[in-house]
Ligand binder design. Structure first.
Ligand code: R5P
Length: 282
């Protein structure tokens, strides 16, 4: 059975349809003290594929509860699909005394599963933190599908870390070049500055590709820097459209009317499904 976490219900339903597996209907309750209780009253069989986006601490605890609930109900083969792995950006201790949060999360998730599938984790190396067998898949090919006809496209990563994703989108699109901006973030203010260097975009359609759009600072700064260079169309896309706080306003102020995002996290920008990519490895 496919077992959805509360933050990945649409993706789980699409995955069930894609794979022909049954879809469980968990319940998500909360006790008066705030503790969560995720249950799977209709679980049947011995194989569970739990689909979760750990976009919050509650979602992470809920995932651990779903893993335990299906074991309790008789599952002997549990796969955990993390469509979005929270804490993947904390892949090392950046200052003395900090935890490696991605490792702590990976260890916790590993205790309740036989296998993990990650969709474009921010740092691919976090896969090594899991004790369970882990497969990483990329939504890159899916992001290429809605792009339509582009003129001399350049697939641009707003920082070096997103270049391989931009290359995957370019490869799936079938033509174009890739490039990236240099980025600096002030971690006190959250402000982002991008340096376009000698990236040539004049008259060309630009597809800005990032793994995550969270506060929208990176994407809006990248688009603002591009506009000074007289490009053709600018298309923005990402795997995980977190869009927290005032991200939509920031993007709109930068002239971004739409971010093409996937359903690894659920929001109005989740217009592309990663279900086929996940189905391929189940
Ligand atoms: C950072 O390296 C990531 O690839 C994204 O660029 C970043 O997480 C986006 O965050 P924000 O939208 O807050 O700038």
């Amino acid at each position: 059975m496919i077992v959805p976490g509360s933050s990945a219900q649409s993706l789980a339903a699409r995955l069930a349809a894609e794979t022909g597996r049954q879809l469980a209907t968990p319940t998500f309750d909360r006790f008066p003290d705030g503790e969560t209780c995720a249950a799977v009253p209709d679980f049947a069989g011995d194989t569970a594929v739990i689909v979760a986006a750990t976009t919050s601490n509650d979602a992470l605890v809920e995932l651990l509860q779903l893993q335990d609930a299906v074991r309790e109900a008789g599952a002997t083969d549990v796969t955990t699909v993390l469509s979005y792995m929270g804490y993947a950006r904390q892949d090392r201790a950046f200052t003395e005394g900090q935890p490696v949060s991605a490792r702590a999360v990976a260890r916790a998730v590993s205790t309740g599963t036989d296998r993990v599938v990650l969709v474009d984790p921010h740092e691919p190396t976090v896969a090594e933190f899991y004790d369970a067998a882990t497969t990483t898949v990329s939504a890159g090919r899916r992001l290429a599908e809605p792009l339509g006809e582009l003129t001399e496209p350049v697939f641009l990563a707003p920082d070096e870390g997103a270049v391989s994703l931009a290359e995957r989108v370019r490869d799936a699109y079938g033509r174009g070049t890739t490039d990236y901006f240099r980025k600096e973030r002030d971690y006190d203010t959250g402000d982002v500055q991008v340096d376009p260097g000698d990236t040539s975009v004049t008259g060309r359609d630009v597809v800005v590709v990032d793994d995550i759009v969270a506060t929208g600072s990176t994407m809006s700064e990248a688009v603002a820097a591009l506009r000074d260079r007289d490009p053709g169309r600018i298309v923005t896309c990402c795997v995980h459209p977190m869009l927290v706080g005032n991200a939509r306003t920031k993007l709109a102020a930068a002239g971004v009317d739409r971010v093409i995002g996937t359903d690894t996290v659920e929001c109005a920008s989740s217009t592309v499904s990663v279900a086929p990519v996940i189905a391929d490895v189940l």
